[in-house]
Design a protein around this ligand. Structure first.
Ligand code: C2G
Length: 125
């Protein structure tokens, strides 16, 4: 069993997020998502349109995701990796280099171009 983990806010879920989940899941046979809580979003300087509960509900419907845990702070990743026996940590390459010291394999995947929650917000406002 190769266990993969990724983290994020995943607000206004879009095909860029789905493409990340699909590729991350394909790196193993179990994908855990660390979903940023509303409080942690404030720490990240983000305000998500959908609450944690709604964002979690949406992720639960995605076939590539096996487990969802709350992401409450920047420091929890190595603890999550240990407690969940994670083999591979994955993030989009806008984070390249930021998590190289984590205690598992670290892979940065190319972001899907021309789509983001902020593009969606701007284009419908
Ligand atoms: N992403 C992507 N392609 C896009 C948009 C996002 O691959 N077009 C990826 C990002 O690179 C990230 C993930 O989707 O890996 C989640 O993006 P956000 O919800 O914006 O997450 P972020 O605010 O970057 O939080 O501890 C890590 C943080 O929680 C990451």
């Amino acid at each position: 069993m190769i266990k993969v983990i990724t983290y994020g806010t995943f607000d206004l879920l879009h095909y860029g997020h789905i493409a990340l989940f699909e590729r991350a899941r394909a790196l193993g046979n179990h994908l855990t998502v660390g979903l940023s809580t509303d409080d942690f979003n404030r720490v990240k300087g983000k305000k998500s349109y959908f609450s944690f509960e709604v964002r979690k509900k949406m992720l639960e419907s995605i076939k590539y995701i096996d487990e969802i845990i709350p992401e409450e702070n920047w420091e929890q990743k190595n603890k999550d990796i240990k407690e969940n026996n994670i083999d591979v940590f994955v993030m989009g390459d806008d984070w390249i280099g930021e998590f190289d010291d984590l205690e598992c394999q670290v892979i940065y995947l190319p972001r899907t171009p021309n789509i983001s929650s902020s593009i969606i917000k701007k284009s419908i406002s």
